[in-house]
Design a protein around this ligand. Structure first.
Ligand code: HEM
Length: 242
């Protein structure tokens, strides 16, 4: 056994070495995926504030919530620090997740070019991971350009007026279709992602696999319905004018 500092250093893996190994990449994809899932749950719950409606003189609860995200930590921290920290974590997680998945797939394709044949017998959500993942990536870019940077301003968009922005956007049928389709893709992607993440992190056991699968399906349905209810409530007139 080496007791020198150099020897000890040699036994410790660097981040680079972990990332270069397939199992290291899988764990990085799983952890970054888990971070994105936590964000999705919080985002869905936050969005549900829109269900309180346009509000009275105090304004819409959705707008107050958006403002709270920006003022959180004040006056200790400058305005929007918390929001930017969350954004930095999300962007890092997304880059690690996508890069890891792409590199793992390239490796698998090189190792066994016939691997596509092994798709038979896998569930729809498992077989469509790359498709739903790519669609979600495109959706996230479009979504940020619409509601965060307010660049895609087909309908009236104003900074800080989140409820009104949603109201006008979700009175266009095509935005409702895009958002509902995107959150169905989220559901399919998550169903397999949760199962796969539990396997990578070593939590799968024959005795609890059925429970994990049921929980993964339950979470996916909950997120899809929780997100979809907002555009549907606007277009059906359940949520009123701002
Ligand atoms: C019907 C479904 C959804 C609605 C109504 C919705 C609504 C919104 C709104 C209004 C904002 C801007 C918030 C603000 O300015 O404070 C936002 C930001 C965002 N949403 Fe969604 N969202 C939905 C689904 C999703 C999904 C499925 C994802 C991810 C796959 C997602 C990811 C994001 C991200 C990354 C941001 C940017 C956060 C930031 O940095 O400000 N959203 N969303």
């Amino acid at each position: 056994m080496t007791t020198t500092g150099q020897g000890l250093r040699r036994t410790r893996l660097s981040l680079r070495e972990i990332w270069d190994s397939s199992i290291g990449k899988k764990v990085a994809v799983a952890i970054s995926g888990a971070i994105l899932i936590v964000y999705l749950i919080l985002h869905m719950v936050g969005n549900l504030n829109a269900l309180y409606g346009a509000g009275g003189s105090g304004g819409a609860r959705e707008d107050n919530y958006a403002e709270w995200l920006r003022t959180f930590g004040q006056p200790l921290l400058p305005r929007a620090t918390f929001l930017w920290v969350v954004r930095a974590i999300l962007l890092t997680a997304l880059i690690v997740h996508v890069t890891g998945v792409v590199q793992l797939r390239r490796r698998a394709a090189k190792a066994r070019p016939e691997h596509r044949a092994k798709r038979i017998g896998r569930s729809v959500s498992s077989r469509t991971m790359m498709l739903t993942g790519t669609l979600l990536l495109a959706f996230i870019i479009f979504h940020i350009l619409q509601f965060t940077t307010l660049t895609i301003d087909v309908t009236p968009l104003h900074s800080g007026e989140v409820y009104a922005n949603l109201y006008y956007a979700f009175h266009k049928w095509y935005f409702v279709v895009i958002y509902v389709a995107a959150v169905i893709a989220v559901g399919y992607h998550l169903r397999h992602a949760v199962w796969s993440l539990m396997q990578t992190l070593g939590y799968d056991r024959p005795s609890r696999n059925q429970t994990i699968r049921t929980a993964a399906t339950g979470l996916s349905v909950l997120l899809t319905v929780g997100f979809a209810v907002i555009p549907l409530a606007f277009i059906t007139g359940v949520l009123g004018h701002p």
